[in-house]
Write a protein that binds this ligand. Structure first.
Ligand code: SF4
Ligand code: F3S
Length: 365
């Protein structure tokens, strides 16, 4: 059954069969991800019990729909279910069933019905070179965006294309692509960059708006501090190797096999702010550097034009000190040993037949 607009969050969840126990678990996880302390869990529970759901209208412009794909992979299924179902109910060009005139009329009625209350989520950059580019229903993208932004209670740009222009803005930028915040210069746009954005960053930012009723604290690039305050380098599991001056120099050398730092393979971790190292991807399974690939810097402005994914560097390579060579090398070897063991286990597992693989997992349990 679809929820009523006036239902509280708990009523929406109950209609979807979510138990009180799962609801409390979701509230605790939510409080933790939002960076609230233990005593704030009651506040989260109370907000979800008493507040109505937030209507969300999701527009796409010059994008690949990767952020839409990403949000369907959140590791908090209850929260995602809540956000996704409500997005689908209100307006989402990719996830909704309606098409053509029916879709346009669904959007117009959602914009009217929830005026002043909805969260506008924008995916993709805005082409300004020609009003005919990326036209939807005969309307120029800039007009579609401004019209939706006018009635929004909050505006969130998701993914590198919407936040900083992304791939469409890369040289030579044939469509004159703009970031949402550079078009809506008179409004506050909450930026959630990434290529794509991390699903929990999207769902939890919407949840934060719901719980707190205001935008989270933002950095100089309008990114929420709770998800973008630290570099990946600050939390990287290969950091001990970096401090010890031990680097992989190719994807097939001894250092790579031992799990050394990927800086010399172009890792942009030292200058990239995002939560990949803590929230990870695919329901907390891994993140690029853990899986053996340098960070490309996908949550930073202009990362496509940054001088080559495997060579360009914005960060100065620090020379290891004596302390780093001693203590950090030891720490690095322990961490790196873990990476190396995990990698060889994965390789072994990949070589096994499905039957062998099942029995291997059973043995580990
Ligand atoms: Fe930093 Fe990248 Fe090396 Fe990790 S792999 S320590 S993020 S440079
Ligand atoms: Fe992007 Fe780097 Fe994370 S490439 S997905 S910010 S590890």
């Amino acid at each position: 059954m679809f929820p009523d607009k006036n239902d509280t969050i708990i009523q929406v969840l109950e209609k979807r069969g979510v138990t009180r126990r799962d609801f409390l678990k979701m509230s605790v996880m939510l409080a933790g991800t939002l960076g609230l302390n233990y005593s704030s869990i009651g506040k989260v529970v109370q907000a979800l019990e008493t507040k109505s759901r937030v209507p969300v209208i999701w527009l796409e412009f010059q994008d690949c729909a990767g952020c839409t794909e990403s949000i369907t992979r959140s590791q908090n299924p209850t929260l995602t279910q809540l956000v996704l179902n409500d997005i689908a109910l209100d307006y989402h060009e990719t996830l909704m069933v309606a098409a053509g005139f029916q879709a346009e009329s669904a959007k117009d009625s959602a914009l009217e019905k929830y005026k002043g209350e909805y969260v506008l989520v924008v995916e993709g950059s805005i082409p300004l070179a020609n009003p005919g580019y990326c036209t939807v229903a005969g309307k120029a993208p800039e007009d579609v965006l401004r019209n939706a932004a006018d009635g929004a209670a909050a505006i969130i740009a998701v993914g590198n294309c919407a936040t900083f222009g992304g791939l469409p803005k890369a040289k030579p930028n044939p469509t004159d692509a703009f970031a949402v915040m550079d078009v809506l210069t008179d409004k506050t746009v909450i930026n959630l960059p990434g290529c794509p954005a991390i699903p929990e960053v999207m769902t939890n930012t919407i949840a934060y708006l719901l719980v707190e009723g205001k935008a989270p604290e933002l950095d100089a690039l309008n990114r929420p501090m709770m998800f973008y305050a630290q570099t990946l380098h600050d939390r990287c599991l290969r950091r001990g190797f970096y401090d010890a001056g031990l680097y992989a120099k190719s994807f097939n050398d001894e250092g790579y096999r031992k799990g050394y730092c990927l800086y010399k393979l172009g890792c942009k971790g030292p200058t990239t702010y995002n939560s990949c190292a803590s929230l990870k991807w695919n329901q907390g399974t891994s993140w690029p550097v853990q899986s053996g690939h340098p960070c490309l810097g996908c949550s930073q402005p202009n990362f496509w034009d940054g001088g080559g994914f495997y060579e360009g560097q914005g960060a100065i390579l620090q020379k290891p000190g004596l302390a780093a060579l001693g203590g950090a090398a030891l720490a690095g070897l322990v961490i790196g040993g873990g990476v190396s063991v995990a990698n060889s286990r994965e390789k072994e597992r990949a070589k096994q037949t499905p039957e062998q693989s099942t029995s291997h997992e059973e043995k580990e349990e």
